[in-house]
Design a protein around this ligand. Structure first.
Ligand code: UDX
Length: 457
């Protein structure tokens, strides 16, 4: 079977390379010639653990190739995956231009019957439109079956998720097409769920909306924990032990970012609105997340008063560890707010610095290591829980920083460990630790969850 993949972004690339790894012959195509050249020479345009060696291995074995010529990719493809981007329109709806362009090109180039699977996240009904577009331009007599196969890959864990996902969704009205797709994925031994096209399209949005809801829920509980003297880590552990709740996606922090949750939650709100069913719960989830992304700077101002002229180290810029992706990262909100307050910002990220430079330009300084990032800083804000940041020795903060104050947006350190050091430490949903030597605009701490450590005791 010859497989074509349209789009060599994150999803398309991982899908193509992993299908080749399974032994299939795969041709990937993209409208960006620079990306095609890079990939054909064995270099990945995205940072993803494990992708580069797997790409090289399958290129050498001749199982995968990259072309900007859609004719070569689609002409004799038995199975085509559409994995192009569906970015957000200004009103929050999904922009389907790339999806429809791909469908049109497939229709023009196809010379035989084929199954066209959509991996891109698309609103309900899009696969029907894709089928209409292909059939409107294709050669006479060719049968094309549309299938919705939504993607659940996490950035940074994409290869693992491809081979060990929880389920594979195959949404189609054609039993024949479902069988073709099923044959491809059967060797993975992942549970396969066959359903209708519209339900498959909805499963993707509902999954991401539900996970985003868990995150905003736990962040709301964290905010209440801070006021009532409870500890969010203990609470999340306690509720997560209930199998009906499950411990995953209960990590409180400075909110969700990335290429999916923010975009897909907004798109689902739009989809619901279009059918006159305002999705009030999801609207609140988005509102809570917006508040959460701004919380680190709010806490900094509550603690220090003015940030004018203060040197602030922002530790971690990517939206989560193991990726160089800054899309919708809390760091974007935090850096912007710090600059607006007149702070001088130094950013550090082990992998995402090059991408961050494209966004922040000269407005902030960058450091290529954590020690120099916090040197003489008056405040450190932890944005991304990279291992390197989580395991950075606490004793170094007081020796390197001008004022050892940490606002930890990802609860990287245990409070017991922090208490052993002369550090003022504010995290999410846990007791704040105010070291007496640290400057503060608010010396009378009244919250139930504030404790003052007096040095020399
Ligand atoms: C997500 C989905 O997990 C994946 O199934 C879908 O296909 C694409 O979107 P991804 O965006 O790569 O994947 O990242 P994920 O690991 O899900 O994290 C998303 C965001 O939520 C990150 O900013 C992360 O920091 C945040 N998060 C996650 C939390 O704040 N708390 C948690 O408990 C989990």
């Amino acid at each position: 079977m010859k497989i074509a993949v349209a789009g060599t972004g994150y999803v398309g690339l991982i899908t193509g390379v992993c299908l080749a790894e399974m032994g299939h012959v795969v041709v990937c195509t993209d409208i960006r010639e620079d990306k095609i050249q890079m990939l054909q020479s064995g270099c990945s345009p995205v940072y993803e653990p494990g992708i580069a060696p797997m790409l090289k291995k399958n290129l050498q074995a001749g199982r995968i190739r990259f072309t900007a010529d859609p004719e070569i990719a689609y002409n004799d493809a038995d199975l085509i995956f559409i994995a192009v981007g569906t970015p957000e329109n200004p009103d929050g709806t999904a922009n389907l231009d790339h999806v429809y362009e791909a469908a049109y090109t497939i229709g023009l180039c196809l010379n035989q019957d084929s199954v066209v699977c959509t991996k891109s996240t698309v609103p309900v009904g899009t696969n029907e439109r894709i089928s209409e577009i292909i059939h409107s331009v294709q050669h006479d007599g060719i049968k094309v079956h549309p299938v919705s196969t939504p993607e659940f890959l996490r950035e940074g864990n994409g290869i693992y998720d491809f081979f060990h996902g929880d389920r594979i969704i195959i949404g189609t009205e054609s039993a024949e097409a479902a069988r073709v797709v099923e044959q491809v994925f059967l060797p993975l031994k992942i549970p396969i769920i066959k359903t209708d096209t519209r339900s498959a399209e909805m499963i993707k949005y509902a999954s991401n909306a539900f996970l985003a809801t868990k995150i905003s829920f736990i962040n709301e509980i964290a905010a209440i924990c801070e006021k009532v003297g409870a500890n969010i880590e203990e609470v999340a552990y306690g509720i997560g032990k209930d199998e009906r709740i499950n411990p995953q996606f209960l990590k409180a922090g400075i909110g969700y970012g990335g290429s999916c949750f923010p975009k897909d939650t907004k798109a689902l709100v739009q989809i619901a609105g279009n059918v006159q069913h305002p999705f009030e719960l999801l609207e609140s989830v988005i509102k809570v997340n917006n508040r959460q992304q701004a919380i680190a700077v709010k806490k900094a101002k509550e603690l220090l008063g003015s940030l004018l002229g203060k040197r602030v180290a922002v530790l971690g810029l990517a939206f989560k560890p193991d990726t160089d992706d800054l899309r919708e990262s809390a760091s974007l909100i935090i850096v912007k707010a710090l600059l607006a307050e007149g702070a001088s910002v130094i950013g550090y990220d082990p992998i995402a610095t090059e991408n961050a430079k494209k966004i922040f330009g000269q407005t902030i300084e960058f450091s290529d290591n954590l020690q120099t990032a916090i040197l003489q800083a008056e405040l450190a804000i932890i944005v991304t829980e990279w291992d390197h940041i989580k395991h950075f020795p606490l004793e170094k903060y007081p020796t390197l920083m001008k004022n050892p104050i940490i606002i930890d947006g990802r609860n990287c350190y245990s409070l017991a460990d922090v208490r052993k050091h002369p550090i003022t430490y504010i995290s999410i949903g846990r007791a704040s630790i105010h070291h007496e030597n640290a400057p503060s605009s608010n010396p009378s701490w009244e919250g139930k969850n504030d404790e003052t450590i007096i040095s020399n005791l």
